[in-house]
Design a protein around this ligand. Structure first.
Ligand code: FAD
Length: 314
């Protein structure tokens, strides 16, 4: 179960309270504040707090006293300018805090992003739930042949079923062993009073990477966008991308102007090398350029053609 009944009740209770404030609030984000946004089979993302809005970015950039009286188009223009020219510190004035439930292998990729504050659920202190990630059949794929970090063709029929059965069997076995080592039921009473229970910090060591963990993750807008630019990118592993895509939606609600600038100048933009730029100049001058005459490696050439939407035809 993604959320237990008492957790659902806590969220309902949190959402029923409102407090007067002089601080900036964003109605579109308030709408989903505390709500759990589902990701993968048991995971979620919840926005649990935030500070600042688009106006706070503008305010910081202008070092102004109030929210100002400029037009929306001027604010968007300024935010676009800041994003385009990597003037990043105004974006650091906004902060957001998420509660995330995620498989351990996703957490291992995520934790590499060092510019956030993290507090993880303690499996030394508490018992992990019997929740492990089983991919949807459409995401079960063979190893890619062109990219060592990627997936190839989707598995079908019996082959897919075999993998699903094996994943489920091993996770079930691991959890059965965990429960046996703990020798504790949900209320903390011994299952077999004649046996000693192993310490929680040791009992967990046989659980595998597919089991779910949880954390609070707080970061500023600049570093959030850095995270999203890497993890919502098609090159990121599907499972972490699924989280990044949900967080992109929260970004759109929270700071719509920064989100628009982020899509325009980061997510849907491209960085082109000096040699790549020279190739484009030569093409614009109607010169015939192919990979051997481009000065680019076959891989760089392929990447440039993808950016230019030329696919494999060149
Ligand atoms: C598609 C993909 C594949 C990957 N493959 C691998 C892999 O095979 N193996 C692997 O180990 N990792 C891998 N990574 C992780 C990657 O190398 C980064 O560790 C991760 O993306 C975090 O990026 P970051 O350091 O920029 O982010 P953050 O830690 O959030 O840092 C943000 C920025 O702050 C600065 N910064 C933060 N800390 C320091 C510091 N201590 N010193 C200097 N500058 C700092 C840097 O400018 C950095 O870019 C992969 C990531 C992606 C997206």
């Amino acid at each position: 179960m993604r959320l237990k009944l008492e957790q659902q009740d806590e969220i309902v209770s949190q959402r029923s309270e409102t407090r007067p404030t002089r601080r900036a609030t964003v109605p579109a984000l308030e709408e989903i504040l505390y709500e759990s946004l589902p990701v993968l089979d048991h995971g979620f993302v919840r926005v649990v707090d935030y500070m600042g809005d688009d106006a706070a970015i503008v305010q910081a950039a202008r070092v102004s006293y109030g929210r100002g009286t400029r037009k929306v188009s001027e604010d968007q223009g300024l935010i676009n300018y800041l994003m385009r020219h990597r003037h990043t510190t105004p974006f650091e004035m906004c902060e957001i805090k998420y509660h995330v439930k995620l498989p351990i292998f996703v957490a291992r990729q995520w934790i590499r992003h060092r510019t956030a504050n993290v507090n993880e659920y303690s499996a030394r202190y508490s018992i992990l739930d019997k929740e492990f990630y089983i991919p949807d059949p459409e995401h079960l794929a063979v190893q890619a042949t062109t990219n060592r970090q990627g997936r190839g063709a989707v598995l079908e029929g019996e082959a897919a079923q075999r993998v699903l059965d094996l994943l489920r069997r091993d996770a079930e076995n691991a959890y059965t062993g965990y429960a046996e080592l703990l020798n504790e039921d949900a209320s903390g009473s011994p299952i077999d009073p004649a046996q000693p229970g192993l310490a929680r910090e040791l009992a967990r060591i046989n659980l595998s990477l597919g089991f779910y963990t949880q954390w609070y993750w707080k970061t500023d807008l600049h570093n959030l966008m850095h995270f999203l630019s890497l993890r919502a990118d098609p090159h990121a592993q599907y499972e972490i991308r699924a989280y990044a895509e949900v967080m992109l939606e929260t970004l759109a609600r929270w700071v719509p102007m920064a989100h628009a600038a982020f899509l325009e100048y980061r997510m849907n933009a491209a960085t082109i090398s000096a040699t790549g730029l020279e190739v484009i100049r030569r093409m614009l001058a109607r010169e015939q350029v192919d990979q051997p005459s481009s000065g680019l490696s076959p891989r760089e050439w392929r990447e440039l053609m993808e950016v230019l939407g030329q696919g494999a035809q060149r």
